[in-house]
Ligand binder design. Structure first.
Ligand code: HEC
Ligand code: CU
Length: 489
């Protein structure tokens, strides 16, 4: 009874389920494995189809025989009175035939599978596309010495929850978007900085894991220029689903330009130039940055009307961004977050979560500006769990930008924005501590309260209130920082 009702419901829902299924399967979607654009993905797709065809054949033969038997030998009127027909067991011809057919089918699947496993596990030295992939044969720019005979190497590091990509031969470090030349074999070393991640660029190559303490690697090759979408494919914690990445496959010339531009590094804010001195007549980009730093320290008023310089000063100072971020040539050399040297050239932010591409693939600068502001002022909402603003109410271990909110809080400052004693009592602060606070209203709260208590006492404050009484940046300051980030191109 119940069973038949379930059957009926399923039957009625069938067209709906089918349409959902079919619309979900796009053969050319952004992350479709059925639309390969490189030899590795091609091999893997071929394997998939071989398996599908072999299994479909088995399905049709077995299913066909089953249907035929059911129809041919179904009970006909009057059959009930007849004795059972004789059972046939163990026809040797059929049994040997079935074993032979199974073995044959397995061999049909196994041969290309093993070939593909070997092919993906070894740099394709014998293949026609290996020779022309050696750096020395095509790359005209600066590369590390003795690398001419090697293919391009990229060290990909997985972090919770973003990617960094280093090009050791070219001296480049970027993040979340990696760039490869078209039609060249590229060796990707896969390393994890924390837990297991998995590198997956569906149109270019299948997944390989990044394991702590283990040196995995893969080779890839893109055969069509374009912007491709990838994804961490191994559950790695809170923001795993937000750990995307991008790959630009570029024509050789464009790749060389990209490398040269990246190797030149970041230009000091607003084109600031160091004066040449007699011992060292040609200032480098690094000299420009150092001169800019000295100048902003000694004559800050000169930069008052320059949002980019204002933003850079906040980046290097009050905002503490340099604790975690590197900008090549500058004093910012933090290593805990993505390298921001050319961050304004990226089409997305925060491992692909905020996108600012025009439909034609170019960068929409207005949208990018909005995304910068959104990310740096509200990253905890954009990407819950991220390590740049790590807010864990269950434990006493905040990290990153959230501490700007708590930096320099005092009893008097909290009072000035309306935090009463009742808030302290509600957070479990005892009378004696409260008396001490009242006696030392200008003294830092961290001297008296735990991280959790400070969080709770100030939990009702808005971002604006924080910016008045602590180091949290004001909307204007965030806008300056965004202007600076946007100049990094
Ligand atoms: C505690 C270390 C830390 C501090 C301090 C920090 N960041 Fe970050 N930042 C990160 C991490 C980690 C990420 C990667 C987040 C993710 O995608 O999960 C990140 C990502 C970013 C990105 C996106 C980069 C990209 O290509 O996707 C930008 C831009 C950025 N931070 C700017 C800033 C600015 C501006 C400040 C200062 C106001 C700052 N960060 C302070 C750690 C930090
Ligand atoms: Cu991951």
């Amino acid at each position: 009874m119940l069973l038949s009702r379930i059957q009926q419901t399923l039957f009625r829902l069938f067209p709906l389920l089918l349409s959902l299924f079919v619309t979900g399967c796009s053969f050319t979607g952004r992350q479709s494995t059925l639309d390969p654009k490189g030899p590795v993905a091609q091999m893997q797709t071929d394997l998939f189809w071989i398996t599908v065809w072999v299994c479909s054949g088995i399905f049709i033969v077995v299913g066909g025989i089953l249907v035929w038997v059911v129809i041919r030998f179904r009970e006909k009127p009057g059959d009930a009175d007849k004795p059972y027909p004789k059972h046939g067991h163990g026809n040797p011809l059929i049994e040997i035939g079935l074993i032979a057919a199974s073995v044959l089918l397995l061999v049909i699947i196994a041969v290309p599978t093993l070939k593909a496993i070997w092919a993906t596990h070894e740099l394709p030295v014998d293949e026609p596309y290996y020779e022309p992939s050696k750096l020395g044969t095509w790359f005209k720019g600066d590369m590390a010495e003795g690398e001419e005979d090697n293919v391009l190497v990229i060290d990909a590091y997985g972090w919770q929850w973003w990617w960094s990509f280093e090009y050791p031969q070219l001296g480049i470090t970027t993040a979340n978007e990696f760039v490869i030349p078209k039609d060249k074999v590229v060796k990707v070393n896969l390393r994890s900085m924390d837990v297991i991640h998995s590198f997956w660029l569906p149109k270019i190559a299948g997944k390989v894991d990044l394991m702590p303490g283990r040196k995995n690697w893969m080779w890839i090759m893109g055969e069509e220029a374009g912007h491709f979408y990838g994804q961490c494919a191994e559950f790695c914690g809170e923001a795993h689903a937000y750990m995307l990445f991008r790959c630009d496959v570029m024509e050789e010339d464009d790749f060389e330009k990209w490398v040269a531009d990246y190797q030149a590094g970041a230009v000091a804010p607003s084109g600031f130039h160091a004066q040449a001195d007699k011992d060292k007549p040609d200032p480098t980009a690094r000299d420009d940055w150092m001169a800019w730093s000295n100048e902003t320290r000694t004559n800050p008023e000169v930069f008052a009307n320059d949002p980019v310089s204002q933003g850079a000063m906040l980046f290097m100072g009050k905002g503490q961004c340099i604790v975690c971020h590197t900008i090549d040539n500058s004093i910012a050399q933090g290593k805990l977050g993505p390298n921001l040297t050319k961050v304004a050239n990226r089409k997305s932010l925060a491992a692909g979560i905020l996108d600012h591409q025009n439909p034609d693939g170019s960068i929409n600068r207005e949208k990018q500006y909005e995304n910068f502001v959104q990310w740096i002022s509200h990253s905890q909402h954009v990407k819950p769990g991220n390590i740049m603003y790590y807010d864990n109410p269950a434990e006493d271990n905040n990290a990153g930008l959230i501490n700007l909110k708590y930096a320099g809080l005092t009893y008097a400052k909290l009072k000035s924005v309306g935090v009463e004693n009742s808030a302290y009592i509600a957070s479990g602060v005892d009378d004696a501590t409260l008396k001490e606070l009242e006696a030392n209203p200008e003294s830092g709260l961290t001297n008296f309260l735990s991280e959790r208590q400070i969080r709770e006492v100030s939990s009702g404050l808005t971002d604006d209130q924080f910016s008045q009484i602590s180091n949290w940046l004001s909307p204007e300051e965030f806008a300056y920082v965004a202007a600076f980030l946007q100049s990094l191109k």
